[in-house]
Design a protein around this ligand. Structure first.
Ligand code: URA
Length: 239
């Protein structure tokens, strides 16, 4: 992809075009080893561009793994609450980030933030079957009948018939694992509600086969590695 050098610098360094022009004017920018002072020359996303001797990595899009804490809403902006985008914004001031999929305000765990609309569409489309895995803390234990119902497809109180889901017991009778392949509003809470079991806590641990990095405390984030992105893409069947 060909683009102007000042765009490459502003996207790669998360700075304004104005600041990119200043760097150029000061002679701090090289392209393939030669100092370049004009922003309108065309470069490719893999052209070697340096600023003060340091290579600039151009990224068309970013993909961020966030460990959402309780109390933060899965939205881009909100009048009353802190949003998942607010948590990362200072590092990505120029990106139009949004959450690819939602977690309730009271839920915690893996939220993927991106500015790549096509990717978000691909991983969210019900046909693509990118699974989401949760650790769920309940107010009452499950039994084999509920596991079987999850497997065959729960019918919610409003009549919605859900797809097959995985429900697994753990060593703790009040902690279970749930794997979903769709994302209906408040899905897990409503699924357990059918069996009169309240949900006390809900933590998303995986998107596709990618696990939430356990070194990320609540509110922490990092970019996905190329391998992680590829794993999610390959499950979505998008490539
Ligand atoms: N299901 C829920 O009920 N809440 C979530 O946050 C995610 C899945």
């Amino acid at each position: 992809m060909l683009m102007r050098l000042d765009k490459f610098l502003s996207d790669g360094l998360e700075i304004s075009r104005q600041d990119a022009k200043k760097l150029l004017g000061k002679g701090q920018v090289t392209v393939d080893g030669a100092v370049v002072k004009k922003g309108d020359i065309k470069v490719k996303d893999d052209t070697v561009v340096t600023v003060s001797g340091r290579k600039v990595e151009y990224k068309e899009f970013v993909y961020i793994m966030l460990n959402k804490p309780v109390g933060v809403v899965s939205a881009t902006d909100d009048k009353n609450d802190v949003t998942v985008v607010d948590l990362v914004k200072k590092d990505y001031p120029k990106r139009n980030l949004f959450p690819a999929g939602r977690l309730d305000k009271t839920s915690t765990g893996f939220v993927l933030l991106t500015d790549d609309g096509v990717f978000a569409h691909d991983i969210l489309a019900p046909k693509k079957h990118v699974s989401k895995e949760y650790t769920v803390t309940l107010y009452a234990p499950i039994n084999d009948e509920i596991i079987e119902k999850f497997n065959s497809g729960v019918t919610l109180a409003d009549g919605t018939l859900l797809k097959s889901a995985v429900l697994q017991a753990t060593d703790n009778p009040l902690v279970v694992k749930v794997i979903l392949k769709q994302g209906v509003y408040h899905q897990i809470k409503r699924m357990f509600g059918v069996f009169d079991i309240g949900v006390n806590g809900l933590h998303r641990t995986h998107i596709g086969t990618v696990a939430l990095d356990d070194s990320l405390a609540g509110g922490d984030y990092r970019e996905l590695t190329a391998e992680e992105l590829e794993k999610i893409y390959s499950q979505s069947g998008a490539n």
